[in-house]
Design a protein around this ligand. Structure first.
Ligand SMILES: [Ca+2]
Ligand SMILES: [Ca+2]
Length: 379
């Protein structure tokens, strides 16, 4: 039975998530998504060929960093990737938006050492009375064809499938959950009590920006995010190096096992689903969970060819602020900004964007239970 409620929720879900994967481009590539884990780890031999050394600024502030933040020196680095098949196993071209590698300079800044947590976000809400977008009733203006009774607060929640599915349709494992919001991450019956140190989720771009402003901070530019994530190293595949599991140990909360089926997440990295912050070693700049756990909003508009335009300039781009407009030909009606870092749902079977040079994207009014953020602060 496909009643009206079904359709409005399907519509809302379609409108709401658009989470970064460009799935529709791969609808005739199902057979490749069946590749084994071993095949998924194949990396082209030229993976580091175009990276030039990171040159960090020498300046370091004399005073202590603000509480919970670390100093990121900034400097010049090679940004992006030339690995075009990092996601969806070996389906070529998925990460073309993160190519080519190009040279960027950023000034130094402070960055939150963790994703913003539930307890931090709660302080903001208590102080300001802020109501997140997921807690606001969708309006007729936004969804003109929807029936009034179907316009209910809520957000998008990952829902494992009963059995193996073709990975070409993300609606199979995402649902629009009425009443889901940052205080109720799995729906109205769920709670964040006891999850004070978990990253806040179900926040959209404007929620994250509002928090940042209240905290006297701002969202990072995409270049600041990647400079920080690379930790002063040059051309690594991951925030910690080039080996996914150094000494056999996972370095981030991602997803192991058969995606996205019920009980498919083996939690080999220590966590099935989301984790509290600071469960893994920080990167060289002291940043925790910069890869995995939850995706992080950054300030830049998402444009599929932004890196290409910077590379073609032939210059070192100083403090890039992102393109002047969003542009995603795979989904032209959606207004998107960039997400970075991947989440607890990223897997070598589907989305390997815990790799440090890769990009994600999200519709600016769309929340989900695997998207959060962290802030920066200029000196
Ligand atoms: Ca995990
Ligand atoms: Ca993260």
């Amino acid at each position: 039975m496909k009643n009206k409620t079904f359709w409005i929720f399907a519509l809302l879900t379609l409108s709401i998530i658009s989470i970064a994967y460009s799935y529709t481009r791969f609808t005739n590539k199902e057979e490749k998504a069946e590749k084994t884990v071993a095949e998924c780890h194949e990396i082209p031999s030229n993976a580091e060929s175009e990276f030039k050394p990171t040159v960090e600024n020498k300046f370091k502030p004399a005073e202590k960093a603000p509480k919970g933040m670390v100093w990121i020196p900034g400097g010049e680095f090679s940004m992006g990737t030339n690995v075009e098949d990092e996601s969806l196993c070996s389906i070529k071209g998925v990460t073309k938006d993160a190519a080519p590698i190009h040279r960027v300079y950023v000034d130094g800044y402070y960055m939150d050492e963790t994703e913003v947590t539930n307890e931090e976000f709660e302080k903001f809400v208590k102080a300001t009375g802020y109501v997140t977008v997921a807690e606001q009733k969708p309006t007729k203006e936004e969804f003109p064809t929807a029936n009034e009774e179907d316009l209910v607060t809520g957000s998008v929640v990952f829902t494992p499938t009963p059995s193996a599915v073709n990975l070409n349709n993300f609606l199979q494992w995402w649902r629009y959950e009425p009443g889901a919001d940052w205080r109720h991450p799995e729906g109205p019956q769920s709670t964040i009590i006891g999850k004070e140190k978990y990253p806040v989720v179900h926040v959209v771009y404007e929620d994250a920006a509002a928090y940042a402003k209240w905290a006297g901070k701002r969202l990072p530019t995409e270049a600041e995010w990647e400079f920080a994530a690379r930790g002063g190293k040059t051309g690594n595949l991951y925030a910690w190096g080039n080996d996914l599991k150094p000494k056999g140990k996972f370095q981030a909360n991602i997803y192991q096992g058969h995606f996205p089926i019920k009980d498919g997440d083996t939690g080999e990295d220590g966590f099935k689903g989301i984790a509290p912050t600071k469960q893994y070693a920080p990167n060289a700049y002291g940043l925790y969970d910069i890869a995995g756990n939850v995706w992080e909003w950054v300030n830049d508009w998402y444009s599929v060819d932004y890196y290409k335009s910077l590379a073609e300039s032939g210059k070192v781009t100083k403090n890039p602020q992102g393109p002047s407009a969003y542009y995603d030909p795979s989904d032209p009606s959606e207004i998107k900004r960039v997400h970075r870092g991947g989440s607890f749902l990223c897997t070598d079977q589907y989305c390997t964007r815990y790799m440090v040079g890769t990009r994600g994207k999200g519709e600016i009014r769309s929340a989900a239970n695997h998207v959060g953020f962290r802030c920066v602060k200029s000196k």
